[in-house]
Design a protein around this ligand. Structure first.
Ligand code: SAH
Length: 350
């Protein structure tokens, strides 16, 4: 009897060596794995019937052994300027996740999810407010990139950057997240360079240390948002487990071990963490560290009373950091008209 589709392994969950094993198990010569890999990751084919480099019988075997998609796009929203597109996907178990495509002049950046929901419960985050549902598999993470890569291909464009800043805490789903990066990084497949990825963490210290020891080329961003424990714990409850001093220690260790610059994220909240004194406190904390600060005016969410900083205040904050020698960029809030902020669509859907 044939395995029902939803119980078949997802093709994107397989590493190349898994695929070689699977091909052998189907009684096929192992070189077929390379053809399938290229069809999936270079030609972006998601229907085995269309893999014309394979014979008919293997195409059929593939189709009855594997699932070629797990993401069902439910809603697609485009910002009024057309530069930001957000898709709400439903997974086979009806969980909802989101991914965002952002067009810049020369780049196309994706923001993807690693969990359905999130356990970190950050006060201002729409995903945090919905709670944790489950980890995504590596294949479910990979498929978000494939989905948009296909769309971009039809526009003669490619994915240039991937930020792992969608729903979920990537370092609470470490293995699947890094397996997804490795799969997309494979030079015989999608070949997305490691430096094109940025992983954003709320600050799970043991995983920052593990990540540092692996000496990857992937960029690391840490969500700081506050420079003292009292404020940070009230916004990011995980700070009670991994407080600022220890977190900064692990960040310094990361920079030392990898020689790579670290990014700190700071959502500017009116009157809460956007004052001159906050900027000075932050500058003191980051003194001497090879880093960059990305500030973004808060994207207001339903269950958090904080409001966005004005552009003027954001500029003043940036200026203070810069006089203290700390590079700072003010990020634009993209797609605010389509609820492109983390988890805003999925929490409505759930
Ligand atoms: N769990 C990871 C990725 C989450 S989302 C992390 O914490 O880094 C990526 C970034 O968006 C994080 O810095 C997060 O704090 C921030 N963020 C979440 N909700 C936001 C909001 N409403 N406005 C501005 N930034 C927000």
């Amino acid at each position: 009897m044939e395995t029902p589709n939803e119980q078949r392994p997802l093709i994107y969950d397989l590493s190349f060596s898994d695929l070689q094993e699977a091909v052998k198990a189907l009684g096929e010569p192992v070189f077929r794995a390379k053809q399938i890999w290229q069809a999936v990751y270079v030609d972006l084919i998601s229907d085995p019937e269309e893999i014309t480099t394979l014979g008919k019988s293997l195409r059929q075997k593939l189709g009855s052994s594997f699932r070629f998609t797990s993401l069902n796009p439910i809603t697609t929203l485009s910002s009024s300027d057309g530069h930001t597109i957000k898709t709400l996907f439903e997974l086979p178990d009806k969980r909802a996740i989101e991914a965002v495509l952002m067009y810049y002049d020369e780049r196309q950046t994706l923001c993807i999810s690693t969990q359905a929901g999130c356990a970190m419960n950050c006060a201002f985050c729409a995903t945090g407010q919905m709670g944790f549902k489950r980890n995504l598999t590596s294949g479910e993470i990979v498929e978000q990139v494939i989905f948009y890569a296909k769309q971009l291909k039809s526009e003669q464009k490619v994915v240039t950057n991937v930020v792992i800043m969608g729903m979920g805490e990537p370092f609470s789903n470490y293995e699947a997240t890094l397996a997804a990066v490795d799969r997309l990084n494979d030079p015989t497949g999608m070949n997305l360079g490691a430096r094109r990825f940025t992983i954003s963490t709320v600050g799970i210290i043991p995983m920052i240390e593990k990540f540092a020891s692996e000496k990857r080329q992937v960029n690391l961003a840490v969500s700081l948002h506050a420079a003292n424990d009292e404020l940070r714990s009230s916004l990011l409850p995980i700070n009670k487990t991994y407080p600022i001093f220890a977190l900064l220690q692990s960040c310094r260790n990361y920079v030392e071990q990898t020689g790579r610059r670290i990014t700190f994220e700071w959502a500017l909240i009116d009157g809460i963490n956007d004052r001159d004194s906050d900027a000075l406190e932050l500058a003191e904390l980051l003194k001497g560290l090879l880093c960059h600060v990305n500030v973004i005016p808060l994207n207001p969410t339903n269950n958090f009373s904080g409001q966005a900083t004005t552009q003027k205040r954001a500029e003043a904050f940036k200026a203070i950091l810069e006089t203290k020698g700390i590079p700072c960029t003010i990020r634009l809030r993209r797609g605010i008209d389509i609820k492109a902020g983390c988890g805003q669509l999925a929490s409505q859907h759930e």
